[in-house]
Write a protein that binds this ligand. Structure first.
Ligand SMILES: *[C@@H]1O[C@H](CO)[C@@H](O)[C@H](O)[C@H]1NC(C)=O
Ligand SMILES: *[C@@H]1O[C@H](CO)[C@@H](O)[C@H](O)[C@H]1NC(C)=O
Length: 326
């Protein structure tokens, strides 16, 4: 027997023994069917391993199932190109090899402080501010090793907002969920549920009935991003959600469009007055006053961005140029 094959044997046996050891260490036994005894058993086998991904073979990627519900659209800031929303995020993963007998331990799931376990570092790439949502502390751990984490997130995200058709504009914003550090070799992200279900739940639970209305959502899985890897071999697994929001234009129609059309109509009709009469200039002076007030109001209502102006701004151009012609 040559030396090389005996080394191979040794490594192989060592590997089997190691995984067998790890497996038996993770299948936990409770002395009594109480939470106390389950906790004691978990303390010995799972707690304190927050630093390493819970897999038996380090080459196995951890699969994260991710889903969310869009709970509120708080603000859309055209100038800063920011979308301000609130979501309920949920992600599930599995602690490999961990299991317990629900009869022996008295329960099939237990709540645990989040910091006791390894957690994936899921982020939304468009995120540009702190999460100001209420802090939460617990997650569920199931007897088959599944961990289920859920948390509220106040998402202040960047979005490319197009205001050309204001106030009848539709915005299409993106949330890209991915692990911040783990690449596709270590962490893979899957859909917890189809995007249709996410849309349906979001429409059901959404509390805000403000200026913006959620109309559609689409999602796809992508693994094309390789931000910092110059060789491009390691990629990040991502879930890309597109969120389509439509502005409710009533406020702007009532305060902007109707008054301006009235002013313009009255202005045009004023040419029917005989020009010699004093009445016409007095009438025009009143109109100019009306225009001025209206322009001030309009400046407050119109959104501004860097390089596009809404089409409706042409109205104000018209008023500015046509107004003073007495
Ligand atoms: C739990 O019990 C099983 C079967 O009785 C045993 O194989 C395993 O080693 C035990 N696990 C621990 C952590 O004691
Ligand atoms: C939103 O943008 C995505 C990607 O750019 C596109 O696939 C999708 O069709 C857009 N949705 C709408 C309603 O425009």
């Amino acid at each position: 027997m040559n030396c090389r094959s005996s080394t191979m044997h040794f490594v192989f046996i060592g590997f089997i023994m190691q995984s067998a050891l790890m497996r038996s260490a993770d299948t936990i036994n409770c002395s009594q069917p109480t939470a106390e005894s389950l906790l004691q058993a978990l303390r010995e086998s799972v707690f304190g391993k927050t630093e390493v991904r819970p897999v038996i073979n380090p080459r196995t990627p951890t699969k994260i199932q991710l889903g969310f519900v869009l709970y509120a659209v708080l603000d859309v800031d055209e100038k800063a190109q920011i979308l301000d929303t609130f979501i309920w995020l949920r992600f599930d993963w599995t602690i490999e090899g961990l299991s317990w007998d629900p009869v022996e331990c008295g329960t099939d799931r237990i709540t645990l402080p989040r910091k006791k376990l390894w957690r994936p570092d899921i982020v939304i790439n468009e995120f540009i501010s702190d999460n100001q949502a209420p802090k939460t502390y617990y997650l569920y751990l199931y007897n088959n090793g599944k961990a289920e984490d859920q948390l509220p997130v106040h998402v202040i995200s960047s979005c490319n907002l197009d205001i050309y058709t204001f106030p009848f504009d539709i915005q299409n914003c993106t949330y890209t969920f991915s692990s911040y550090k783990h690449t596709i070799r270590d962490v893979q992200i899957l859909f917890l549920e189809p995007v249709e279900a996410t849309l349906k739940k979001s429409l059901k639970y959404m509390e805000t009935k403000g200026e913006w209305q959620l109309t559609d959502m689409s999602a796809r899985k992508s693994a094309n991003s390789s931000y910092f890897n110059m060789d491009g071999l390691d990629r990040w697994d991502e879930l890309v959600y597109n969120i389509v929001l439509k502005r409710r234009p009533t406020l702007y129609v009532v305060n902007l469009l109707i008054p301006s059309y009235c002013l313009i109509t009255v202005d045009l009709c004023s040419f029917l007055l005989p020009p010699q009469k004093m009445d016409r200039s007095a009438f025009k002076m009143t109109l100019i006053l009306g225009y001025t007030v209206f322009l001030l109001l309009m400046n407050d209502l119109l959104p501004v961005t860097g390089d596009t102006i809404p089409l409706i701004s042409l109205l104000s151009l018209y008023i500015k140029s046509a107004g003073p012609k007495v």
